[in-house]
Ligand binder design. Structure first.
Ligand code: 5BU
Length: 251
């Protein structure tokens, strides 16, 4: 489908959340709207990956609960790389409970997400007040998923966007379509050499998501971490993503 309207450039988006502002600043400085998903299960692999892709990304996305040897040391090391190579730490926790439980999961688990994550994902299914517990961490709501047969239909999407716009904690949303300009759009399900996997994931190209969805940040997992040369792959996605973004400004 053709884009409904002109896309807004990153620097012209009216983002008020400090973490959202920082992300935009990093994107413009590094000429990157790439978020790498480090879906790796050991500390060694994650640190190695972060060092290789760091200069090409604006954020490193983690699933802490898949890391077999998770420890505070991993976070100490990751923070060092993140500071050095200038990217944010993004925990894709997909919270989805009442506020009190989310608060315990966010602050009290062995992952101590509140101590280090710049960004977290949340299913806004618990409603507006459930989002308050994330305090100064940037919340990215999941308003639509990339997988085949997802239950995030138009009705859910609209309600989830309303909650996201009302909450001061939310800087953006994950979706596979255009969203209001006051939110940053994050799109996973991006791969240049595959159209999907055998577990329901569906892929689009960087060109498509920037042009048709007006994505602000693309999220790439296997396209990078499974590549024979992850640094080269990250650079390739960075370049293609940025070119696609710039082209989409002129559509
Ligand atoms: P992939 O290897 O590029 O398919 O990984 C995609 C990542 O994005 C993975 O960590 C997922 O958990 C995450 N993801 C997604 O693929 N689709 C969604 O709708 C959401 C998250 Br929300």
């Amino acid at each position: 489908a053709a884009p409904a309207k002109q896309r807004i450039a990153l620097e012209d988006k009216k983002i008020v959340h400090p973490v959202g502002k920082r992300l935009v600043e990093l994107a413009l400085k590094k000429q990157s709207n790439l978020i790498a998903s480090a879906d790796l299960i050991t500390t060694e692999e994650i640190i190695d990956f972060a060092n290789k892709v760091g200069e090409h990304i604006v954020a490193l996305k983690l699933h802490s609960d898949i890391i077999q040897d998770f420890s505070d040391n991993l976070i100490v090391e990751l923070k060092k790389v993140a500071r050095e190579k200038e990217f944010l730490l993004f925990e894709d926790r997909k919270f989805g409970d009442i506020g009190n439980t989310q608060e315990l999961q966010f602050k009290k688990s062995i992952y101590k997400i509140s101590d280090w994550a710049d960004l977290v994902t949340v299913h806004p299914i618990g409603g507006l007040e459930s989002l308050k517990v994330f305090e100064n961490t940037g919340v990215i709501t999941i308003v639509e998923m990339s997988s085949k047969g997802t239950l995030t239909d138009d009705y859910y999407f609209t309600k989830a966007i309303n909650v996201s716009e009302e909450s001061g904690n939310v800087l953006g949303a994950v979706a596979q379509r255009q969203i209001p300009d006051n939110l940053l759009l994050f799109t996973p399900g991006v791969n240049i050499s595959s159209t999907g996997d055998n577990k329901g994931q569906q892929y689009n190209t960087p060109e498509l998501v920037f042009k048709n969805y007006h994505t602000d940040f693309m999220i790439v997992g296997r396209g990078i971490y499974k590549a024979a040369d992850v640094k080269t792959a990250a650079k390739e996605y960075q370049t293609l993503g940025w070119i696609s973004y710039l082209q989409s400004l002129n559509d």
